[in-house]
Design a protein around this ligand. Structure first.
Ligand code: ZN
Length: 83
């Protein structure tokens, strides 16, 4: 009997820790959490305005976040880094 119960990871390869799950994404001014460590930041042009994107790493689950600071976009904010 070979039960094919291989557990293949579904959508999220690294599960987020609870504080990361609690981060409100894509909302300007939403807070991060205490275990995020700030990394590099860079500037990008979005249309005609320059925005600053700051990288953060979670000490608990290792998630890599970007925080986009765009004064003109209420929907800019936290997002998981694409890598
Ligand atoms: Zn985390």
């Amino acid at each position: 009997m070979t039960a094919a119960t291989d557990i293949t990871p579904a959508t999220e390869p690294t599960p987020l820790c609870e504080p990361c799950q609690g981060i409100q994404r894509n909302w300007r001014g939403a807070p991060g959490h205490a275990e995020l460590r700030q990394g590099n930041n860079r500037k990008e042009l979005h249309g005609r305005s320059e925005v600053t994107i700051t990288g953060y790493f979670c000490d608990r689950c290792g998630a890599h976040w970007h925080y986009t600071n765009d004064k003109r976009n209420q929907r800019a904010g936290w997002s998981l880094a694409p890598d």
